[in-house]
Design a protein around this ligand. Structure first.
Ligand SMILES: [Zn+2]
Length: 87
């Protein structure tokens, strides 16, 4: 049985590690390794990228704010320079 603390190969029925005295009866603690980091980070990045494009596509389907209200031409004559104002 391998020691979870120092990696020393002990006999299977030992309660404590022969080299460092680590308690062998308790299960080894879980540590996040490089593989776990790559997997978790890739999931986070994929969710963020897909979420960005999904929200972006959703927002582009909404009407732009300029179309939500219609201002009469008489109030904004500078937007229509080709039209001459009526006397
Ligand atoms: Zn040990």
């Amino acid at each position: 049985m391998k020691c979870s603390n120092c990696g020393f190969e002990n006999k299977a029925n030992l309660k404590f590690c022969k080299k460092c005295g680590n308690d062998m009866t308790k299960p080894p603690e879980w540590f996040c390794d490089t593989k776990w980091h790559i997997k978790t980070l890739s999931i986070i990045y994929i969710v963020l990228i897909i979420g960005y494009f999904a929200i972006s596509a959703f927002l582009h389907k909404l009407p732009p704010p300029y179309d939500q209200r219609i201002i009469p031409e008489e109030m904004t004559p500078w937007l229509y320079p080709h039209k001459t104002p009526e006397p």
